[in-house]
Ligand binder design. Structure first.
Ligand SMILES: O=C(O)c1cccc(C(=O)CC[C@H]2O[C@@H](n3cnc4c(=O)[nH]cnc43)[C@H](O)[C@@H]2O)c1
Length: 207
C-alpha cells in the first residue's frame, strides 16, 4: 500500500522533489509514494483528490505552509494538525454563525487518523477560502473556533480521506502570523525548508 503526498503548490515541496529526484509533474508516481500537487484552495484540492485518491493508498499526507493565530509559536515551526474545520461553511444569521452541522447538512469538523507516532507538536486548524487579514475577522474566528493555524486545503484533504476511509495526516510549517496582510513579514523560505526536512525524513523512514 502506498502513501499519497498532497501539497497545494510545487514550491512548498521544492527540496522534497530534489531529494527524491522526482520529475517535474503535478502527479508523480514513485515506488513507495505518489505525489499530488492539488492547486491552492478547497475546490482545487477536492477536484484533484476526486481524480487521484483511491483505496490503493493507505495514508494521505497533506503537507504545506500555514498561518498561525498564536504568536508564541516561532515562524518555521512544523506542526501536526490533528483537527480541522471548514470555517466559512454555513450561514450567517445576523451576527450569529450557523455551521452546516447546525443547518442539518453534515459535518464541518474533521480529524487526522493514523496509528503512526508523529513527533511534532499538535495543533487545531481551520480551512478558509479567504486568508484572514483583518482584526475583526481574527477576533470573530478566535471567539467561535479558537484555532491555532489556518490553511486553504487542510479540511478538504481530511474530508476526502474520510470518504474513502483512508488514514490521513496534515503537517504544516508556519510561514506567517494571521494578521492584516503584510507579505514582508512572511518567512516562506524558512517554513518550506523546515517542512521539507521533516517530510524527507518521515517519507524516507517509511521506505
Ligand atoms: O510567495 C511565495 O514564494 C510562495 C511560495 C510557496 C507558497 C506560497 C503560498 O502562498 C502558498 C499558499 C498556501 O499557503 C497556505 N497558507 C499560508 N499562510 C496562510 C494563511 O495565513 N492563511 C491561509 N492559508 C495560508 C495555504 O494553504 C495556501 O495554499 C507562496
Amino acid at each position: 500500500m502506498k502513501t499519497l503526498v498532497v501539497a497545494a503548490t510545487k514550491a512548498e515541496l521544492t527540496f522534497f522533489y530534489q531529494h527524491f529526484n522526482l520529475p517535474d509533474g503535478d502527479f508523480v508516481e514513485s515506488k513507495n509514494f505518489d505525489l499530488l500537487i492539488s492547486g491552492v484552495g478547497m475546490v482545487a484540492t477536492a477536484f484533484a483528490l476526486g481524480k487521484y485518491l483511491s483505496p490503493k493508498y493507505s495514508l494521505v499526507l497533506n503537507l504545506g505552509i500555514a498561518g498561525s493565530f498564536d504568536r508564541s509559536i516561532p515562524l518555521g515551526t512544523v506542526l501536526n494538525i490533528t483537527d480541522d474545520t471548514f470555517a466559512e461553511l454555513g450561514a450567517e444569521n445576523g451576527d450569529e454563525f450557523l455551521t452546516i452541522t447546525d443547518l442539518g447538512f453534515g459535518e464541518n469538523h474533521y480529524t487526522a487518523k493514523t496509528q503512526r507516532k508523529i513527533e511534532l507538536p499538535l495543533a487545531k486548524g481551520i480551512t478558509v477560502n479567504r486568508v484572514t487579514g483583518s482584526e475583526k475577522s481574527i477576533q470573530t474566528l478566535m471567539k467561535r473556533l479558537n484555532p491555532t493555524t489556518e490553511s486553504m486545503e487542510g479540511a478538504a484533504v481530511f474530508y476526502a480521506s474520510k470518504q474513502l476511509n483512508i488514514d490521513c495526516l496534515q503537517v504544516r510549517s508556519i510561514s506567517n502570523y494571521v494578521e492584516p496582510r503584510n507579505k514582508e513579514n512572511w518567512k516562506i523560505g524558512l517554513a518550506i525548508k523546515n517542512l521539507n526536512d521533516w517530510a524527507i525524513a518521515f517519507v524516507g523512514e517509511m521506505n
